[in-house]
Design a protein around this ligand. Structure first.
Ligand code: ADP
Length: 503
């Protein structure tokens, strides 16, 4: 069904119907080294531009994305198999992110003179400047190929870095087309795309100065090891097993809608998908009834730009196998599928599935499923819900439904997750000024937030005398004499006491 890297070529197939879409050359390590070498040369001039000049290029690129929105969405749909409505989300999302970063980056990157502390600093001019990492590598998965690639590439470019993107070998086409657009707007050659599977990705990690990765926890750990070996920083956005808690004072209809959308959007292939739900006993029956109704109404199939389907195929054969394994495991251990529970015979689609009578011994409650499956557990009270929600290796995000915001916020403060949405799902994906990152096995560092641009740069401290020229003599014999005088005078004046009180 899906992409197959050979030694030299990657064949991209539609996950919806298995047809070949295109074949693209796979880049070897030597090619990656050459591409990064060219980026390194171009980056020097890019970093010399003012942040506002870089913003101008990004805004031109934003307009190019809008001008080419239809063609890009069409390609994205073909290589991911997403319904047309979902294929059309990524470009507006990125356009919005460019607008946000274009507005905030110049202020974040401006030189600063932090307040001085201490007697020696009092004589100094303290300048704090931000210098970009020369080349940033962005490695991305197949679930949101364009959105995730550009969401990291844009702030890195604004910081003054050059960027090499390595999209997933399953979905390389849209990202390659979007990077070609960067050249068409006449911007400096500081954005490139390299195509290939894990080996190409390893070559990126081995040659860049900062690596930003989105993908599985196991690959993320391998990348963290490789980055540590080179002592380069890395940002990792990894898997999730997001919990939803529905309390007995919640708007149950809204919670049921959110659970279904949260679990089925992108066929459940989102790091932040709702992967498990805990419902207080008082509203459990009503919640289940509404979820059943909603799930049965979903239309599963290959969309054709007519908005006729809601749930697309799994993007890869491997992903389909994981969903089958988790559902079969749950059913074998006593769970019941109130809706779905099987794949659509002979295709890459899986029926939207509701599992009840599940518990934490089952794979579907422990491991990331990344598919159109919703397991729901009844709980006696909020303490049990919080305990079970936190009983996970992952900690990306979570959701709480309650009619009482103070109660929901109290629970949010007890959840071990990088973000908590109250009475909504995915809300934090759109709050770009808040950091988005996972706890525990869900990642390291974050994207977005106040330092989203700064993380791609290094602070440099420049210290000089406040009053120039500096006349004091700095050489060993004189420093020793000066030290002796300061020491004596200090003792006479009780300097320890002064230091304690005024420094
Ligand atoms: P999934 O495709 O299931 O998310 P991965 O996390 O392995 O699985 O893939 C995410 C991205 O990481 C893809 O672009 C893939 O090619 C890349 N990748 C896989 N292995 C490595 C590796 N060892 N080093 C760098 N990148 C890798």
């Amino acid at each position: 069904m899906t992409a197959k890297p050979t030694d030299t070529v990657i064949t991209v197939r539609s996950p919806a119907n298995g047809q070949i879409i295109d074949s693209v050359p796979q880049m070897d390590a030597a090619t990656v080294v050459a591409v990064i070498g060219e980026l390194r040369v171009a980056q020097a001039g890019w970093a010399d531009l003012s942040p506002r000049a870089r913003v101008t290029h990004l805004l031109r690129y934003r307009d190019w994305l809008l001008d080419n929105e239809f063609q890009l969405a069409e390609m994205l749909q073909r290589e991911t198999g997403k319904p047309w409505a979902e294929a059309n989300l990524e470009i507006p999302y990125i356009v919005d992110a460019i607008n946000y970063y274009a507005r905030t980056a110049p202020g974040l990157l401006a030189d600063r003179t932090p307040p001085r502390h201490g007697m020696i600093a009092a004589t100094k001019r303290q300048l704090l400047i931000q210098r970009p990492y020369p080349v940033v590598g962005v490695i991305t998965p197949w679930n949101f190929p364009l959105g995730l690639s550009l969401l990291d590439a844009v702030p890195a470019l604004l910081a003054g870095a050059a960027v090499v993107v390595k999209p997933s070998e399953f979905t390389p086409l849209t990202v390659a087309a979007a990077v070609a657009g960067w050249k068409q707007v006449g911007a400096p050659r500081v954005l490139e795309c390299v195509i290939g599977a894990g080996e190409t990705g390893s070559a990126v990690v081995a040659n860049v100065d900062y690596i930003q990765f989105t993908g599985s926890t196991s690959t993320g750990k391998a990348i963290a090891h490789a980055a540590a070996e080179r002592l380069i920083p890395c940002g990792l956005e990894l898997g999730g097993k997001d919990a939803m808690i529905v309390l007995d004072d919640a708007d149950v209809a809204r919670a049921a809608n959110a659970a279904v959308w949260g679990a089925m959007a992108n066929s459940g292939q989102m790091c932040t998908s709702v992967e498990r739900v805990y419902v207080e006993a008082g509203v459990y029956e009503e919640f289940i009834g509404r979820v059943v109704e909603r799930l049965k109404a979903l239309r599963v199939g290959e969309d054709d730009q007519q908005f006729r389907y809601d749930v697309g195929p799994l993007a890869t054969d491997a992903q389909l196998a994981i969903v089958c394994e988790h559902v079969d495991d749950a059913l074998a251990r006593g769970a019941e599928a109130l809706v779905g529970g099987v794949r659509v015979e002979g295709s890459g689609f899986f029926q939207p599935t509701l599992l009840v009578d599940v518990d934490h011994t089952m794979l579907c409650m422990q491991r990331e499923t990344f598919g159109p499956m919703l397991p729901v557990m009844k709980v006696q009270d909020e303490d049990e819900a919080v305990r079970l929600a936190n009983d996970s290796d992952y900690g990306l995000s979570a959701t709480v439904f309650s009619g009482n915001r103070a109660r929901a916020e109290r629970i949010a403060r007890r959840l071990e997750a990088g973000a908590v949405n109250i009475n909504d799902v995915f809300g934090n994906l759109f709050t770009l000024s808040l950091p988005q990152g996972g706890w525990k096995q869900s990642g390291m560092g974050h994207r977005n937030g106040a330092d989203a641009v700064l993380k791609y740069s290094r602070p440099q401290a420049i210290v000089s005398a406040r009053v120039l020229p500096q006349r004091e003599v700095t050489w060993y014999p004189y420093t020793a004499i000066r030290g002796a005088i300061v020491h004596r005078v200090g003792r006479l004046l009780g300097a320890r006491d002064l230091l304690r009180r005024f420094s």
